[in-house]
Design a protein around this ligand. Sequence first.
Ligand code: GRF
Length: 202
Amino acid sequence: MRLLLLASGTGSLVQAVIEGLADTGIEIVAVGSDLADAPVLQKARAADIEVFSAHPRDYADRAAWDQAFTETVAGYSPDWVVSAGFMRILGTAFVSRFGGRIINTHPALLPSFPGAHGVRDALAYGAKVTGTTIHLVDEGVDTGPIIAQFPIAIEPDEDEAALHERIKIIERRELVRFLRFLEHSTIEVSGRHVSGYTPSAS
Ligand code: GRF
């Protein structure tokens, strides 16, 4: 199974995936980013994984970036693409090329609190429970079919950084578990409904 990871930031999710799949037959064929200086690319290089980056501002328009990004990723022939902390919305060309094979983790219980600030938005709303969602990517913002969700209670007076870190501990563990499952099994998608994967109790 060929896996391609996309990320924009520090890359703790990517690091967890690299380490968590090391004893499997899953090959991480590349780590891609929108940011050439994203720390995640250093982590990937240190693990001897190929990296690439492309930022929309270096292209004539968003469609040109989308097309180029799609072609670059297609060149690695991935079976699955994982958006593991990739902070940009994937374009139409990308989603039509890899649709049904793109996985994202979002740090909230979708459909609540989509977008770039899921943790902050849950806190601002006064939610008592939030969590993380593993889902397929479609053309919307965090709107694709849900694969699995993991709730977490918000502590009184918890700040965004502390809550996000607690969520990320679950994201790392559960993303690795799901990818390990995918090596030997598959999911079925019917409309919004995804079946075939039952997260194990932890
Ligand atoms: C994760 O919470 C992910 O869900 C969100 O960005 C975070 C990535 O963190 N989209 P890191 O850069 O892997 O530490």
